[in-house]
Ligand binder design. Structure first.
Ligand SMILES: Cc1ncc(COP(=O)(O)O)c(C=O)c1O
Length: 374
């Protein structure tokens, strides 16, 4: 069973949706499929009632929309880097020829509002600021509250936010945090096979993007969002995944993915209950780690609700990961430089708390075996 930080386990019902026969993408069936998705994306992105933001779906992995987001903004970019994926955002901006600066934050922490303010003060104005709201490489969630005010006080650069491993696992609150472009793949807490990505853009972002040369056809954010609104995807979409996405969003909104007996009304309350389950899984995993003398790698207030990154101490992470794999549970070693120093458990998507107990019990047994060997 996949407990890595994405892709994660996919429910059989969703796999069955993805096995539906192909349809013509200029057909009424395709229009209908897009229209099934649309009512639910505002909950996923946490839009205010009456929001004028635009949602979209594109057949690419999340990195494609990371690139698209940058194509719609001006040259001066400040990239907040606190892990491997936020570094990718920075590198992509560089490759696209942006005049990009990097605000490095310790891996294991999120950027503080006053740190961001100081940098904007010193080196601004910027056209855009990039941020990864949930760094899958370190298990760090950066709270957006507090950053919004700082950006507003410094010329309001476009706020481009990667919510890849956050969406459907925790609130995004796009409007409340004045985000301008947010994007995510579907293989994390949306618990679908990888291959398509979802996004949301503010009116302001769209107006700014329309006014500049974006230099791409397939990853043009305006073409992607306008095509979605017109129910005409720019190119042939991955229709099997659209079926999966439509069904998953409908199920989440209806509360179908909640634990048996959960009492949440369909709609926003069902999404909130899903978020609460992720938070409980984070807390349970932290308690389990503490019972073995292990501590979360991130500073506590930044601990992600979808990915627990645990500091390994003297534990042999490769042996631990291998021991769990032998028992049928797949978790991840640390990412990049953190390999051997941390391990990661992705308790996201449709994983249940009961299943988490099974994983943790297996982890107990593997740890016991390793300590006997030592
Ligand atoms: C936070 C974050 N951003 C971006 C990506 C890249 O996503 P993809 O591999 O779907 O392009 C990932 C993948 O794990 C991620 O975790």
């Amino acid at each position: 069973m996949l407990w890595i930080p994405g892709p994660t386990e996919v429910r059989p019902e969703l796999l069955a949706e993805c096995a539906r026969p192909a349809i013509g993408h200029r057909s009424a069936d395709m229009r209908e499929l897009i229209e099934r998705v649309d009512p639910h994306l505002p909950w996923a992105f946490g839009l205010d009632t009456g929001s004028d933001a635009h949602v979209g779906v594109h057949s690419t992995s999340a990195s494609g929309l990371m690139e698209a987001s940058l194509r719609g903004v001006g040259a001066r970019v400040l990239a907040v880097v606190n892990g491997a994926f936020s570094r990718r955002f920075f590198q992509m901006a560089e490759l696209l020829g942006k005049d990009v600066e990097r605000l490095d934050v310790a891996w294991g922490a999120g950027v503080e509002p006053d740190e961001l303010a100081a940098r904007l003060e010193r080196d601004g104005p910027f056209d855009a600021v990039t941020l990864v709201a949930n760094e899958t490489s370190t298990g760090v969630r950066t709270p957006l509250a507090g950053l919004t005010e700082v950006l507003a006080a410094h010329g309001r650069p476009m706020f481009l936010v990667d919510v890849v491993s956050l969406i459907a696992g925790a609130p995004v609150d796009f409007d409340a945090h004045a985000v301008d472009f947010a994007f995510a793949g579907v293989q994390k807490a949306l618990a679908l096979p990888p291959g398509i990505a979802v996004c949301c853009a503010s009116q302001r972002y769209m107006a700014g993007a329309r006014a500049i040369e974006r230099g791409s056809w397939a990853l043009d954010p305006v073409r992607i969002i306008e095509g979605h609104a017109a129910r005409k995807t720019p190119a042939t979409p991955c229709t099997p995944l659209y079926y999966g996405l439509a069904r998953q969003l409908e199920d989440i909104s209806a509360g179908v993915t909640l634990p048996a007996g959960a009492d949440a009304a369909p709609g926003a309350a069902a999404w909130d209950a899903r978020f609460a389950r992720h938070e409980r899984m984070r807390s349970r995993t932290a308690a389990w780690a503490a019972s073995h003398g292990l501590a979360p790698f991130p500073q506590e207030r930044f601990a992600s609700p979808t990915v627990s990154c645990v500091a390994a101490g003297s534990l042999d992470t490769a042996a631990f990961v291998a021991g769990l794999a032998e028992r049928g549970f797949s978790i991840s070693n640390g990412y990049g430089d953190l390999k051997g120093r941390t391990f990661r458990i992705g308790h996201m998507g449709d994983h249940t708390e009961e299943a988490l107990e099974e994983l943790l019990a297996a982890a107990d047994a593997v740890l016991a075996g390793l300590s006997q060997r030592a």
